[in-house]
Design a protein around this ligand. Structure first.
Ligand code: HEC
Ligand code: HEC
Length: 300
């Protein structure tokens, strides 16, 4: 708060509190002329209503005085009087920080109680699944989709099918999440002619039993064995060590049309899965792992 606004608030507070207090004191001492009939002489409704005069009840006076004391003590102890911080040093930030610390402590205890359980064991716990789903939606859904079915536009894998780029076992899954992955398919546009690329794409489609030109596919097979088999294996079944996808199962990172496959060959692909260890930590990441495991089981 700038000095001007701080002073402005101080002036307003002092003026309002001072005015209210002055009225409070003055109201009890001021002499109000009383008529012989004991009223103030104010008359309404043609004399039916006449204003009497009573002293304020003691409880009301004491209660109001207590409120003034409370107000002043508050302004001394807590922030509120301009930029004066209050003698207690209380801030919303410190309150937030201490509330957060309490919550983190609770979470830590909960996560500790899950230690040593496999994903399969964790996946039987509904509380784990609820937290895992929430964490998944916050951190992963943007790329892998709300239902973990993957996204062809982004080239992200389905996480709950039987096929995995790197492997479906617990250690591999957790390593993918905690350390991230980077699949590298080199661009081959410079070493292949367009006709070559098209022929190879026909061959790739034939591997998954998709419609293709048989003669083209046969020509493409030669290129595939020379340039692609090293990573995707001669059968095209993929290599989990490289994250090279199985090309024979009709499960795709990108779309499976001829043009998209040609683009993969020509320009390469580099699917990047960010590492989550720093942001989530292993105990929280395992909650997501458990949720994915449960979804995988339900999906089979
Ligand atoms: C920025 C987009 C992005 C986000 C966010 C993201 N991922 Fe990924 N993820 C990818 C991509 C791309 C791949 C494929 C990497 C490759 O091709 O090597 C991948 C791969 C994976 C794999 C390996 C799958 C397999 O078949 O072996 C797992 C498991 C995974 N992600 C889980 C997660 C989880 C859990 C989260 C949230 C904590 C997450 N991802 C967040 C983009 C993302
Ligand atoms: C150096 C290893 C390597 C070589 C060589 C290689 N690939 Fe790949 N390929 C990969 C990897 C890794 C991916 C996954 C890329 C990603 O995660 O985005 C991939 C992805 C693909 C895809 C996309 C699959 C999908 O599910 O959408 C196609 C199609 C493909 N490769 C075909 C080929 C063909 C055809 C060749 C030969 C002309 C070839 N690759 C050569 C490693 C390789």
């Amino acid at each position: 708060m700038s000095t001007f606004w701080s002073l402005w608030v101080m002036v307003l507070v002092t003026f309002n509190l001072g005015l209210a207090f002055t009225l409070f004191v003055w109201g009890q001492r001021v002499e109000i002329p009383v008529q012989p009939d004991g009223t103030t002489g104010h008359i309404w409704a043609h004399g039916v209503l006449r204003e009497g005069l009573r002293k304020l009840p003691l409880w009301w006076v004491l209660f109001s005085a207590a409120l003034f004391v409370f107000g002043i003590v508050y302004f001394v102890r807590y922030p509120g009087f301009g930029s004066f911080k209050g003698t207690l040093g209380w801030t919303e930030y410190s309150k937030l920080a201490s509330d957060r610390a309490v919550n983190i402590g609770k979470l830590q205890n909960l996560l500790q109680s899950y230690e040593g359980q496999t994903l399969a064991q964790l996946a039987t716990n509904t509380q784990v699944l609820a937290m895992g789903e929430r964490l998944y939606i916050d951190n992963c859904a943007a790329c892998h989709g709300r239902d973990a079915l993957g996204n062809h536009t982004l080239g992200t894998p389905n996480l709950i099918d039987t096929e995995a780029l790197y492997g479906n076992d617990e250690a591999t899954l957790m390593s993918s999440i905690l350390n991230g992955r980077s699949g590298i398919m080199p661009p081959l546009g410079a070493v292949l002619t367009d006709a070559n690329i098209t022929a190879t794409a026909h061959y790739v489609r034939s591997l998954s039993g998709l419609s293709h030109d048989a003669a083209q596919a046969q020509a493409g097979q030669t290129t595939f064995m020379t340039l692609c088999a090293a990573c995707h294996t001669p059968q095209g079944t993929g290599n989990p060590l490289l994250g090279a996808p199985n090309l024979t199962d009709d499960i795709w990172l990108q779309d499976s049309d001829l043009g998209t496959i040609e683009a993969s060959i020509r320009n390469g692909r580099n699917g990047k899965m960010p590492a989550w260890n720093a942001r989530l930590g292993e105990p929280s990441a395992r909650l997501i792992g458990a949720w994915l495991y449960a979804r995988q089981q339900a999906n089979q």
